[in-house]
Design a protein around this ligand. Structure first.
Ligand code: IVH
Length: 682
């Protein structure tokens, strides 16, 4: 990027970031996720680092929060409410330690770690032990007076708790702190800061009620908490179940560490983080971070990382503030699931079923610790709806194990030279014309090489024939050399065929031939999966195998019979029925049999107390993992469905059941707890 281009990019980024910050901080609205906005800020930060001459005082990197709202009184913070620099990796954490150690050579210190709640920061002032003011952060220097709203939050004491002289926590504190506490309860000002937030359950309940009344819903608990605090009617705030957790004691009560601050706040009647603790070194900090990410989904509230800071207050102070945040504190965030990057090209991938999927080639970007270079664009309609063009800056999302997708275009960052995409009229692999099926374009050639390759990858994959040592690269080679043109050819390969191929030697060739031969004995469910019938994934294949018990029975089943399986609807039922009536497919089955493939039919237990019953699982079970519970149900003749309908016989609920529980209640489906299920399967 030339200097001129960098300048233009910086200007554009500043505008876009400011727009989203205004939406978020002033209007409590959000159009793009925090992760996406963070990623844009990071791009701006990097560019400004490279070209410091382009940093202006109004850059989002140079200030703290948003403008306070007009409607509230302004409150000047005696000590500014600063923010925390975010970091995302262990390396960044180590760099930080190295950086601060250089600034305070020889200084001894520990770390204090606590959960980073995803809510909004609030400052509370107590005068002579009574709550007199609650304010938002605002721009860090001036906030909004939201005292009346704050007073409705029950976890905030209106009067500081007066500890009994013998109280255990009080006794753990130094004598000079104990006497300062006594004094401050009677006379003087005390400032405490913390986070106002909402529990996830309360948030969901609130949104559901809003929906029922046809009113606006909120995107996440933080937006709802912020919206509830920053509105003028305290009655409305009172109707929202907000909570408060304290994390910072501003007033000097002779505390010398942050951990003492936590204890003091607890003594004074505030909720603090129970998970918080002192860490001796970064290994312990990292362990805490990992622990937090593990319990994250089990917590009642949302967290977006952990806060790590130097526990010794004098060392903390010595390190001073750099720009907008103290050097002695970092937010160790969880890897975001989204980031921004640019689309370099759009290419087309031919899938197992012949569907042509447009795929964005991306400027490589790290999301959740993984470098992403491609993202699916789904289909032509999706690209049109989002108006995705080559050259666009986009938000890419990678949730769990799902394929990364382009979720949004940041159109304000367009430069004018982005090019519109055009769906090809021919298959990019074999050149055959494409035909449209629903939202998808498909290759019309049943023998398209790319389709066959994909079918082969699927055939040998773990849920299918599970042939170890036969990955996509080996399959490509075998096909390109003309050694195989269909899965059945695999079973005739010899060591001599494989040795001349790249990456194969005597031993590996021998191992692969052995693995192929051993795979010939295959359970019915895996065999069905391997056939690439549209809509038949692992779960459906298992259901088919258990319900029918043999390939013959599945082959001869009528559509209506197939649809008796809970997760098979009209479309998939028809796919299966048609697949077994296609001459080519029947020929393929015959060839597999001739090659020596032997199907192992599922053992049907004599004792089948759950026969014909359909189960849905929700929540965490104590005695089983999800998979174990499913297997048990199947073994005893029952079926599993992923969603509740009137055809469901039982919904088994564990801890923290999801929406399926509600749906079951609404439909009047029988709901049973884990212990009742245990009785059923005895
Ligand atoms: S300490 C210098 N501790 O995160 C600021 N902040 O991204 C000291 N937050 O403004 C703040 N949990 O609203 C601290 N345990 C925690 C926190 C926490 C959430 C919020 C807080 C802060 C923001 C910075």
């Amino acid at each position: 990027m030339s200097k001129k281009e960098a300048k233009q990019r910086i200007e554009k980024l500043k505008k876009v970031i400011n727009y989203h910050r205004y939406l978020y901080h002033v209007l409590d609205k959000q159009e793009i996720s925090d992760a996406a906005l963070d990623s844009l800020k990071h791009e701006l930060y990097l560019l400004e680092q490279k070209y410091p001459e382009f940093i202006t005082p109004d850059s989002p990197t140079q200030r703290i929060g948003g403008k306070p709202l007009e409607k509230f009184e302004k409150i000047k913070h005696k000590i500014p409410m600063l923010s925390i620099e975010d970091i995302f990796t262990e390396e960044e954490l180590q760099d930080w330690e190295e950086y601060i150690k250089k600034l305070i050579p020889g200084e001894k210190f520990d770390y204090f770690v606590e959960l980073k709640l995803d809510g909004l920061a609030i400052s509370l002032i107590y005068k002579d032990g009574i709550l007199v003011c609650g304010s938002t952060r605002g721009d860090g220097k001036t906030g909004e007076d939201v005292t009346n709203n704050i007073k409705t939050i029950e976890s905030i004491p209106l009067k500081l708790h007066i500890p009994k002289p013998g109280e255990k926590l009080l006794k753990e504190l130094k004598p000079e702190i104990q006497s300062s506490i006594k004094k401050i309860l009677k006379k003087g000002k005390l400032e405490i800061r913390g986070e106002v937030f909402m529990n996830i359950k309360d948030f969901n309940r609130f949104n559901e009620e809003q929906k029922k009344m046809g009113k606006e819903t909120y995107a996440n608990p933080r937006n709802l908490a912020a919206g509830s605090i920053r509105q003028l009617d305290p009655k409305l705030t009172a109707s929202r179940p907000l909570r408060f957790m304290a994390y910072d004691l501003i007033t000097d009560l002779h505390q010398s560490t942050h951990s003492e601050e936590h204890k003091i706040m607890k003594v004074l009647g505030f909720k603090t983080d129970d998970h918080a603790k002192v860490c001796k070194n970064l290994d312990e900090v990292i362990a805490f971070w990992k622990y937090a990410s593990k319990i994250r989904d089990k917590l009642e509230f949302q967290i977006d990382g952990v806060v790590v800071q130097i526990n010794q207050n004098d060392v903390f102070k010595k390190l001073k503030v750099a720009g907008k945040s103290p050097r002695a504190i970092r937010a160790l965030k969880f890897a975001p699931k989204e980031s921004t990057t640019r689309i370099l090209d759009i290419v087309f991938q031919v899938g197992r079923t012949g569907v042509i999927t447009p795929v964005a080639v991306l400027r490589p970007v790290k999301i959740g610790g993984v470098t992403v270079t491609r993202a699916t664009l789904h289909n032509e309609d999706y690209i049109k709806k989002l108006d995705i063009r080559i050259g666009d800056t986009v938000i890419v999302r990678r949730a769990g194990d799902v394929i990364p997708e382009v979720a949004k275009v940041i159109t304000d960052l367009r430069e004018g030279n982005e090019t519109k995409f055009k769906m090809p009229s021919e298959c990019p692999a074999c050149g055959s014309p494409l035909k449209k099926e629903g939202a998808y374009w498909k290759c019309s050639n049943p023998n398209c090489g790319a389709v066959l390759k994909r079918k082969l990858y699927h055939f040998v994959s773990k849920p299918g024939f599970d042939i170890i040592g036969l990955g996509p690269k080996a399959i490509n080679q075998l096909m390109d050399q003309g050694l195989i043109s269909d899965p059945t050819d695999l079973f005739y390969l010899t060591k001599g065929d494989l040795i001349p191929l790249e990456r194969f030697a005597e031993k590996s060739a021998e191992n692969l031939v052995k693995a192929i031969s051993e795979s010939k004995k295959i359970p019915l469910s895996k065999f069905i999966y391997s056939l690439s019938i549209e809509g038949v994934g692992e779960e459906t294949a298992i259901d088919l195998a258990n319900y029918f018990g043999s390939l013959e029975k599945i082959k001869n089943a009528k559509k209506e019979e197939l649809m008796k399986i809970p997760d098979i609807g009209e479309v998939v039922g028809e796919n299966i029925y048609n697949w077994f009536r296609d001459k080519k497919n029947l020929e393929f089955l015959r060839k597999l049999e001739n090659a020596g493939v032997q199907i192992i039919t599922p053992k049907i237990k004599k004792h089948q107390p759950l026969k014909g019953k359909t189960f849905v699982l929700t929540g965490e079970l104590e005695n089983f993992t999800r998979e174990e519970a499913k297997e048990k149900i199947r073994e005893l003749g029952g079926n599993i469905s992923s969603s509740v309908s009137k055809n469901t016989d039982y919904v088994i609920i564990g801890k923290n059941p999801g929406s399926k529980y509600k749906k079951a209640k609404n439909l009047g489906v029988k709901i049973i707890k884990e212990n009742e299920f245990l009785k059923m399967i005895k």
